[in-house]
Write a protein that binds this ligand. Structure first.
Ligand code: SAM
Ligand code: SF4
Length: 444
């Protein structure tokens, strides 16, 4: 009988994409996916290192799974434990020192070697090279009829924000070749996808090239979106995450002309204080950000924005924090994520022994910022009540005859319908709002 594997994914959508690739790699290698870690022959943990909490979660999960492994060994069977992703890259062999039951460790650029390693084709157990080029084009595409699919187009980062581990765990910036991305999106659409979300740690700095009439032409994110929008059957294109310094006029113009490109931009700023932005090495000021948003809105009046914020960065004063709140009120976000600063080994801010913000103060700031962001999200949503919006339906709901989809702005919408509407883009009257999701009626 085929060996079974269980996989758990932590962290961002790039990890979700990587896990999809691992699943396809394993299933095409003859392994069977299982949802039960206890009974699996192989347990894979695809990890995130961005904040301490995410990394520590791995070690508590490893503690639990190693007990299952011991029991299996006692009963005469076996189990392999594999750690992939950013913790694997950052901590390598240290993982095995903390938990001896781990068998194999793969950084984010190395998981294409999993099946060979399981078959014992290599002696080593830690794979942490940075060979991004090798990875993408050699990996199979997961066979699925899902309506919205992720496609990583760019990896790594050269920006070195002082708090961030990404440049160390994912390596230098790398943009996938256009042809591979185009073929992948085309295949996903043939399988039934109607929406693609182009992913990258710095997706707006995507830069590759193609040959047109024998001449090498540069392809930035705007042109890539334009090229893939020609794929028949593809209805929506999204991308994330962007850095404010990389948003140029060509991309704004593409939003204006390309109706498949959704008018929603995730544009992290992290802090509204110039002093903190400088310490964070973000290389832009709060007014640069405000002007960028204003410029985009002046050209595309229905564009909505979301962002990421970090509170309690070393040295952040009450005044700095108030500047962040002021920026939030000034810009007005459709939705946002906020985090308490987490020192990460090896990053500039963890090395400098800066003025640490008291934990209770950070907690209070996080609570306050989240209340304000939630209020803004509700205010943004309330403007849609009684309006008609185009909704792309992706899934069945929990109730009978219920379907769930998303508006252009990623707002979840539930409707009741007695025919299958998964994959359909329909006009819906948004009647009511529960928390952050709408209930609506399909317009004939
Ligand atoms: N490339 C994106 C950008 O430039 O903003 C962000 C990518 S990062 C994977 C996602 C988010 O995690 C960041 O925007 C930041 O808010 C948060 N983050 C990163 N490092 C962090 C840290 N050390 N502590 C708390 N939050 C962190
Ligand atoms: Fe991390 Fe984003 Fe800064 Fe790169 S630009 S270092 S991914 S926060």
């Amino acid at each position: 009988m085929k060996q079974s594997f269980f996989i758990k994914t932590y962290g961002c959508q790039m990890n979700v994409y990587d896990s999809e690739k691992i699943i396809e790699l394993m299933t095409s290698g003859g392994y069977r996916q299982s949802s039960n870690p206890e009974e699996s022959d192989i347990a894979i943990f695809n990890t995130c290192h961005i904040r301490e909490k995410a990394a520590e979660k791995l070690f508590s999960d490893l503690g639990r799974i190693s007990k299952y492994k011991e029991n299996k060994i006692k009963s005469g069977s076996s189990m392999k434990i594999i750690v992939t992703g950013c913790v694997a890259q950052a901590e390598g062999d240290e993982i095995k020192k903390r938990n001896k039951s781990v068998d194999l460790i793969f950084g984010p650029q190395n998981y294409q070697n999993i099946t060979d390693a399981l078959e014992g084709k290599n002696e080593k157990y830690v794979y942490s090279d940075f060979l991004c080029e090798d990875k993408f084009e050699s990996l199979p595409i997961r066979n699925s009829h899902e309506i919205s699919r992720l496609v990583t187009i760019q990896e790594g980062c050269d920006k070195f924000c002082s708090f961030c581990v990404v440049p160390y765990t994912r390596g230098a910036e790398f943009s996938r070749p256009v042809e591979g991305i185009f073929l992948e999106v085309k295949k996903l659409v043939e399988m039934g996808a109607k929406e693609v979300i182009l992913l990258g740690q710095n997706v707006s700095s995507y830069n590759s090239n193609v040959f047109e009439d024998g001449i090498k032409v540069s392809v930035k994110l705007s042109k890539l979106c334009n090229l893939i929008s020609n794929i028949r059957g593809l209805e929506r294109i999204r991308y994330l995450t962007s850095h404010p310094n990389d948003i140029e006029n060509d991309l704004i113009n593409e939003h204006y002309t390309n109706k498949k490109l959704m008018p929603f931009l995730h544009l992290p700023i992290q802090s509204g204080s110039d002093r903190v932005l400088k310490k964070m090495n973000r290389n832009h000021s709060r007014s640069d950000y405000i002007n960028l948003v204003r410029n985009i809105k002046s050209k595309i009046n229905n564009m909505a924005f979301s962002s990421d914020f970090i509170v309690g960065y070393p040295g952040e004063t009450e005044y700095d924090f108030d500047q962040t709140i002021d920026l939030i009120e000034h810009v007005g976000f459709a939705s946002s994520y906020s985090f308490k600063y987490s020192p990460r080994a090896g990053t500039q801010s963890s090395l400098k022994h800066l003025n640490v913000v008291n934990d209770n103060v950070s907690d209070l700031r996080l609570k306050k910022i989240q209340e304000i962001l939630n209020k803004q999200q509700s205010e943004f949503n309330l403007k849609f009540i009684d309006k008609n919006e185009e909704v792309l339906f992706t899934d069945k709901g929990k109730k009978n005859n219920q379907f769930v989809g998303r508006t252009k702005y990623l707002q979840p919408v539930h409707v009741l319908c007695n025919r299958n509407i998964i994959g359909k883009k329909l006009e819906v009257n948004l009647e009511s709002l529960t928390s952050f999701s709408f209930h609506g009626k399909i317009i004939n």
